[in-house]
Ligand binder design. Structure first.
Ligand SMILES: [Zn+2]
Length: 536
């Protein structure tokens, strides 16, 4: 080759190379610019939580959210997948609810009911009784149960009172035990006539089956049961109860979880045999099923390796006692905005980017599990799945195994030049890799990690001191739009867009070297014992 030609070729290559780099930089620049001047993260969150509302699996709101999100992806020019994940036997839509104590010292009542439980038949008023604890007590008060609200023991854990056959079996065992205790107590109080409290054994309560005479009380015509609940109030749903629910067999007994302070006041009045009434109006509506639910996935298709994926997402479903503004509006809104920013910036990455809005995470990680189980051939081609499900805090760090460090360094370099308020830290993981998980818990990254797919999430923080507390909101009545923190959420959308885009443009998938250590038998056992830990 002559010298002249070599120079021309070299400069041509240089030109090609730099023009590609410039194209990538231009997309990143554009993402930063639109992200700063026209960030729509909070608009997505407003629609998701305030217009659509609490997106319980089986609710109209969930279905609405599915088609709304799919419509956005479509509008922005992404490829859209709506994938059926499962179904529930019937649907549930929560309406408004209110309650009052009718007395001289009356008050409006602060309470919730778990999803898929009964509402009232309009405004219903009734007197209040304490639940009977043994057969004799039940017999003594059975005439008073009709039209009564019954205070039951135990503390609200969010779940409705279990009315399965299993729970009824436990109840009958405890009732028998209490009958025996009562007989014993009667006999010792006869002996200790001077001191009737002496040697008395307390009657048994059982936290898994409160409302000992649940069936009998219902048949006697009670208006509903009321349990003490800590604030903020939590309301979930029980899959067990749902399994044998259908339109001919709907729950009929309102299951009220009342602010513990109000519960104590009411309980004391009942013990003092004061007469007063409680009034409740609860609109819990059902819909004939089965009701199917779907994942929504928006894809920016890769130009060179369309089959390879950088994945990011959060879960679309939420509990409906609030509006899922945080759990998981926190994940959905920035991911939607990341998709919009990249589309608006004209991103044409080498490999595909998938924005995943999972169904039924709160039901047991169903949506992400469905994807992982049904796409085994794609798992080796996933660079990383970024899950976001932990509050409206700002994505400001990553901790990665040494083998991934250089790739992440390139992908995150620009993040420190966006907003001085939010410096970004990239850490190299120290020490041995953790064993690959063998059971699923936590959130939608879990099934990816079980299969050995990288699922490193952004570390997040509250660097400006908004005093955000996830536990205070998580699965409670407070999980609303206004708990979110706009500047954190908006910055997160930009960070997400840039990192997934840069990774999608690198020459290689992220290395899995040293990502996990293979679990040994002991770890599998330990994991089994820890099963059932917190699902976000
Ligand atoms: Zn969650």
């Amino acid at each position: 080759m002559n010298k002249k030609l070599a120079i021309v070729l070299a400069s041509l290559l240089l030109l090609l190379d730099s023009s590609w780099i410039t194209a990538q930089d231009r997309v990143v620049e554009k993402v930063i610019e639109i992200g700063a001047t026209d960030n729509q993260t909070m608009k997505h969150l407003d629609i998701l939580s305030n217009r659509i509302g609490g997106r319980l699996v089986g609710s109209d709101a969930y279905t609405n959210a599915t088609y709304w999100a799919a419509g956005l992806f479509e509008k922005w020019g992404l490829e859209v997948q709506i994938v059926e994940v499962g179904e529930v036997p019937l649907g549930f839509n929560r309406g408004p609810w209110s309650g009052k104590m009718l007395s001289e010292d009356g008050m409006s009542l602060h309470f919730v009911t778990p999803s898929y439980t009964s509402g009232t038949k309009g405004v219903q008023r009734g007197h209040v009784v304490l639940e009977p604890k043994n057969r004799a007590e039940f017999e003594r008060m059975k005439g008073k149960l009709k039209g009564a609200w019954v205070l039951i023991t135990g503390a609200n854990d969010g779940y409705p009172v279990d009315h399965s056959e299993y729970a009824d079996t436990i109840r009958s065992i405890i009732i028998k035990e209490n009958d025996r205790i009562k007989a014993y107590n009667d006999s010792v109080s006869f002996v200790n006539r001077q001191n009737p409290g002496k040697d008395q054994i307390p009657l048994k309560e059982y936290k898994d089956a409160p409302a000992l005479f649940y069936k009998e009380m219902r048949e006697a015509g009670i208006l509903g049961i009321i349990q003490s609940a800590t604030v903020p109030l939590t309301a979930l749903y029980d899959r067990k109860n749902m399994e044998y629910m259908d339109f001919d067999n709907l729950p009929t007994c309102p299951d009220i979880k009342l602010n513990e302070h109000q519960y104590r006041i009411i309980e004391q009045k009942v013990k003092e045999r004061q007469y007063f009434q409680l009034e409740f109006d609860i609109r819990n509506h059902f819909r004939p099923g089965p009701v199917k639910f779907h994942n929504v996935i928006g894809i920016i298709r890769g130009t060179e390796h369309p089959e390879q994926l950088v994945m990011t997402g959060g879960h679309l479903d939420a509990y409906d006692v609030a509006t899922g503004g945080v759990d998981c509006g926190t994940g959905v809104a920035p991911n939607l905005e990341a998709a919009r920013l990249l589309a608006a910036a004209g991103a044409k990455p080498k490999r595909s980017i998938a924005f995943c809005l999972w169904a039924a995470e709160e039901f047991g990680l169903w949506g992400s599990k469905h994807w992982v189980i049904n796409n085994p051939e794609k798992l080796d081609s996933v660079s990383n799945y970024f899950n976001r499900d932990g509050g409206p805090t700002v994505a400001n760090s990553l901790t990665v195994p040494p083998a991934m460090y250089e790739d992440f360094k390139k992908a995150t370099e620009v993040l420190n030049s966006i907003n001085p308020k939010f410096p970004f830290t990239l850490n190299q993981r120290q020490g041995e890799p953790r064993p690959r998980p063998v059971t699923a818990s936590g959130s939608d990254h879990a099934w990816f990690t079980i299969k050995g797919v990288p699922a490193i999430s952004f570390g997040t923080g509250d660097p400006l001191g908004y005093d955000f507390n996830y536990r205070e909101i998580w699965h409670t009545e407070r999980d609303t739009y206004n708990m979110s923190i706009p500047e954190y959420m908006e910055h997160t959308s930009i960070v997400t867009a840039i990192v997934v885009y840069n990774l999608a443009n690198q020459d290689n998938l992220l290395s899995r070297e040293g990502l996990y250590k293979e679990p040994d038998k002991e770890e599998i056992q330990r994991n089994k014992r820890q099963r059932g830990s917190l699902i976000r």
